[in-house]
Write a protein that binds this ligand. Sequence first.
Ligand SMILES: NCc1[nH]cc(CCC(=O)O)c1CC(=O)O
Length: 307
Amino acid sequence: MQTLKIGARGSPLALAQAHETQARLMAAHGMPAEAFEVVVISTSGDRIQDRPLSEAGGKGLFTKEIEEALLAGAIDIAVHSSKDMPTVLPDGLELSAFLPREDARDAFIGKAAKRIVDLPQGSKVGSSSLRRQALIRRMRPDLDVVMFRGNVQTRLRKLEEGVAEGTILAHAGLRRLGLGHVVTDLMPLDAFPPAPGQGAIGIETRIGDSAVEQMLTAIHDVPTGQALACERAFLAALDGSCRTPIAGYATIADGTLTFAGLIISPDGTQSHEVKAEGPAQDAARIGMDAAKTVRAKAGETFFDGWV
Ligand SMILES: NCc1[nH]cc(CCC(=O)O)c1CC(=O)O
């Protein structure tokens, strides 16, 4: 039998996600480790370290080279952090499975205090995510938000070096790296809503590759897929670019989907929230409607103002 080639970036988090996917496929199908090969693909997002990704070209930077490998047949599936996936995929590709979601919350790692609310006036907090920067400013306008780029380990090292008094990272990523113990506080979902897709591993495939699709059915998590359909529809309808901070989080219980979305100005002074609920099968429609609602609340000038 030919090996199934699993493509992923080379960062420790991307590799952990590729290996989690491999382990789930092995367990679901009783296959040996040798039936898989993890293929590491370097992306422009990994190479650009000197400027914010929003300036360098945004989300697609972490996916372009991997998608090219998938289309060329060099890999059979691509494992991604759903949060990093653009809402529009290249022709011929689709996100066909999602693994059970990790904790979607952001985590605070504090040096001067365990909680962001207890940091001394004017403390430096490192983040390069526009959403996190805006939410930090909304919560604590006095704090000095400083750029923090690089992978999770690099950011933690910067914290140790004293570049900032605290930073915010996805709890999911830290847990998948076995670094859950560095977290000093978890950010509440209402005051600090996560990015659409945060905490969910998404698997991209070639449309019509039925053998691969069939294999993935066994590891696909239906509620995570529904939550992601809603969050990604919300993001897509708002033209979610890196320049307009957007948060959105859906949960499923007993077939009912509950969604909360937020758009916020980069300086954190203006934000608009939306809450929605409905049958989980209507996930994408709920997300799209929520986007219309929040767009109407904010007014079109809100979107023009910050770009
Ligand atoms: N943009 C980097 C990125 N993409 C996904 C995650 C975390 C894992 C996840 O959300 O699934 C991270 C790091 C972070 O935000 O702390």
